[in-house]
Design a protein around this ligand. Structure first.
Ligand SMILES: [Zn+2]
Ligand SMILES: [Zn+2]
Length: 255
């Protein structure tokens, strides 16, 4: 093929980029660089969400008329027992998202990381852009688990998001105990099993709600990969508040 015809072909068919989640051609109209199927397989969360935990509200999942648009889980937990202000996520935790997070966390498919960070950033821009956060922090892994996995995904998310939104990421929490799957347990069991799991990072200068510069840490953005029952995020928020942080907002990739 001559140079001219190569140039012509290049103009007519600009380099096809493939979907970030599979090998199909990405939909050129999409800013996410996903193919149409992958895009549609994700459950994008919009405005019809629980005002506390950010879960998508289908008609019928709002209990009562005076709950202010909260889902039944948040109504049951009640405001006094909720230690974060709100939780928001980019997408629902459906089969597609379980697969993506599973590949990333347990199969070492690190190429998925930029996409997950884009999702977090998208949710941040959508829901939290106006809030003046002092610090970003994240749900810690138990040191043994972190050694096995080689990394803590939420720590990586915190570092990447910190660069994009120019808010410092700091490790405010430590995990003292390993926990099993929370979703298999009853609410009472979950609360009991999470007690004493998290603690303030004792050596961290930002804990106790005061930064090294002597400024108050009033508002913290707490990151996790998934919000399922909310008990982990809520317990972390409780510990942060007990340590002197004013308000804790939660941000997760999926809900
Ligand atoms: Zn795809
Ligand atoms: Zn809710």
């Amino acid at each position: 093929m001559g140079l001219i015809s190569r140039l012509m072909t290049g103009l007519l068919f600009p380099e096809r980029s493939s979907c970030r989640l599979c090998d199909k051609t990405a939909d050129r109209a999409s800013t996410w660089r996903l193919c149409r199927t992958c895009y549609q397989d994700l459950q994008w969360l919009g405005e019809q969400i629980c005002d506390v935990c950010g879960r998508r509200l289908d008609s019928g999942s709002v209990t009562g008329q005076n709950t202010g648009g909260s889902c039944s889980d948040c109504v049951r937990r009640s405001r006094e027992n909720t230690f974060f202000v709100t939780s928001r996520s980019a997408v629902g935790y459906n089969d597609k998202m379980k697969e993506i997070l599973g590949l990333y966390k347990y199969r070492g498919k690190e190429s998925l990381e930029p996409f997950l960070i884009d999702l977090l950033f998208h949710a941040f821009q959508r829901y939290y852009r106006e809030i003046p956060f002092d610090k970003i922090t994240y749900v810690p892994l138990h040191p043994q688990k972190q050694r096995e996995r080689g990394f803590n995904q939420t720590e990586r998310f915190a570092t990447a998001l910190s660069e994009r939104i120019s808010i410092p990421a700091v490790p405010l929490l430590i995990r003292r105990k390993q926990t099993e799957m929370q979703s298999q347990k009853s609410r009472r069991q979950r609360i009991k099993s999470l007690r004493h799991v998290f603690a303030g990072q004792p050596l961290h200068r930002h804990f106790a709600g005061v930064s090294q510069e002597g400024q108050d840490v009033r508002r913290v953005l707490l990151l996790d990969d998934v919000y399922t029952t909310g008990s982990t995020a809520n317990e972390c928020a409780r510990v942060l508040q007990a340590g002197g942080v004013g308000e804790v907002y939660v941000l997760t990739v999926a809900r």
